[in-house]
Design a protein around this ligand. Structure first.
Ligand SMILES: *[C@@H]1O[C@H](CO)[C@@H](O)[C@H](O)[C@H]1NC(C)=O
Ligand SMILES: *[C@@H]1O[C@H](CO)[C@@H](O)[C@H](O)[C@H]1NC(C)=O
Ligand SMILES: *[C@@H]1O[C@H](CO)[C@@H](O)[C@H](O)[C@H]1NC(C)=O
Ligand SMILES: *[C@@H]1O[C@H](CO)[C@@H](O)[C@H](O)[C@H]1NC(C)=O
Ligand SMILES: *[C@@H]1O[C@H](CO)[C@@H](O)[C@H](O)[C@H]1NC(C)=O
Length: 379
């Protein structure tokens, strides 16, 4: 038999059966419609056309500013007096990447240097010059609250970049939202207009400390639940210190692939107190001043998912979701072959059966003629 080129270069295609059954047709279209809506929702609403990645943190800078006028708040009239500090004294340390600490209660003591000692240079633990906070101290500031801390304003600046994408942006170019600790209720929206309204040259987001305390669900005058707090004396968070974790979540704006937005998600960490000790060595007389600070520790964490439009991502999502359409076919097929009263008729048309005998295909008489005729025409 000669080699038939037509079998090599012939085009092969599937043969289909069109089932003219209104019930099946309607069910099929309904399934298709539901799946199509789901696919559109996934791709458009959930932005499957983006190539996304987690943002790489840039810098977070937090600065504090004193309000123009301060009253004497009511908590200053209790057993603990108040002291009024400038913004630079309250924030410690002044430069802090990813966090900020604001003093709410402070004590300062100066420990004079025993004559002839250098407390940085001691030869053994029993050396009398080995520094120990001792009774020989001069109180510079008795334990005091920092007055009006809630009314100080803080400015937050932050930035991110992408690794796989070319995104690199600071918050001054994005819109933001400060949420309550439930992560859903909006406390305040920040846009370029609201940012520049407070200060035309401001690039960061300005909140009062009270704004962030309220949003995170913290109250400085509430009794502290920290294990180290003096509960019998009713020690408050103002005295023990408090930790507030703020997640900054970055996202693309739906339908605007080149715009990003962020949200602040603050939450107070229950029972977490915070204390920082500042040591200042006077190199002239060798005395050491210790400032014992309790206060609000804001910890920032940058997270989210940022992306750019990417055709291959869109294609991948499309192909993955189109496979879902097969599910509609599968369900209708099962209904057709298993549940309808006419299932046998449909099975007959769907499957062409050959009958085998002794390993040979037996062609029925009617078809035999047809095949002979076709073969003759071809040759
Ligand atoms: C803080 O600001 C509020 C609202 O402007 C004001 O009522 C309050 O007296 C201020 N507190 C202090 C200590 O200045
Ligand atoms: C400071 O000195 C006083 C007595 O003058 C003493 O009661 C107190 O415990 C000392 N404080 C520290 C932290 O050593
Ligand atoms: C923000 O607003 C100011 C003043 O209205 C304007 O000069 C500036 O270009 C705006 N910035 C952005 C990023 O839109
Ligand atoms: C360090 O001590 C000397 C001597 O007591 C004093 O004159 C000076 O003001 C102190 N310096 C600081 C920064 O406290
Ligand atoms: C960071 O964001 C991703 C995606 O939005 C999320 O799955 C993950 O839980 C987030 N992680 C934290 C620590 O918030």
């Amino acid at each position: 038999m000669a080699f038939d080129w037509r079998s090599l270069f012939g085009y092969q295609t599937f043969k289909m059966v069109r089932v003219k059954d209104l019930r099946l047709g309607v069910i099929f279209r309904i399934f298709q419609l539901i799946i199509l809506i789901y696919i559109l929702f996934e791709i458009i609403y959930n932005q499957r056309y983006l190539k996304t990645e987690a943002p790489v943190p840039g810098a977070i800078r937090v600065t504090l500013q004193a309000p123009n006028d301060l009253d004497i708040p009511s908590y200053c009239n209790g057993a603990t007096p108040c002291t009024f500090w400038g913004a630079n004294e309250i924030q410690y340390p002044s430069d802090s990447a990813g966090y900020a600490f604001f003093t709410t209660r402070a004590t300062a003591r100066n420990y004079p240097n025993p004559p002839g000692c250098n407390s940085l240079r001691t030869t053994s633990p029993s050396d009398p010059c080995f520094f120990k906070p001792s009774n020989n101290n001069v109180t510079i500031l008795p334990t005091s609250y920092i007055g009006g801390i809630e009314n100080y304003t803080m400015m937050i600046e932050h930035s991110i970049r992408g690794e796989a994408t070319s995104i690199a942006i600071r918050n001054g170019l994005m819109d933001g939202t400060l949420f309550y600790s439930d992560g859903k209720t909006v406390y305040k929206k920040i846009t370029n207009a609201s940012r520049t309204q407070d200060n035309p040259r401001a690039d960061g987001d300005i909140f009062t400390i009270q704004d962030l305390l309220t949003a995170s669900g913290a109250n400085l005058d509430a009794p502290s639940t920290a294990p180290g707090a003096d509960k019998a004396a009713g020690e408050t968070y103002r005295s023990s210190g408090i930790v507030i974790a703020i997640v900054i979540n970055y996202q693309n704006v739906r339908f605007k692939t080149d715009q990003l937005v962020y949200s602040y998600l603050p939450r107070v960490i229950d029972g977490n107190e915070y204390k920082v000790t500042e040591n200042i060595l006077n190199s002239t007389d060798g005395s050491i001043t210790i400032i014992d600070r309790h206060g609000i520790r804001f910890v920032f964490q940058q997270n989210g998912s940022i992306g750019v439009f990417d055709f291959v991502s869109l294609l991948t999502s499309l192909v993955a979701s189109i496979a879902l359409l097969k599910v509609a076919e599968l369900i209708v097929e099962i209904i057709m072959l298993r549940f309808l009263p006419e299932k046998e008729v449909y099975e007959d048309v769907k499957f062409d059966e050959t009958t085998y005998r002794r390993g040979e295909v037996e062609v029925n008489k009617a078809d035999e003629k047809k095949y002979q005729k076709r073969d003759e025409e071809q040759n």
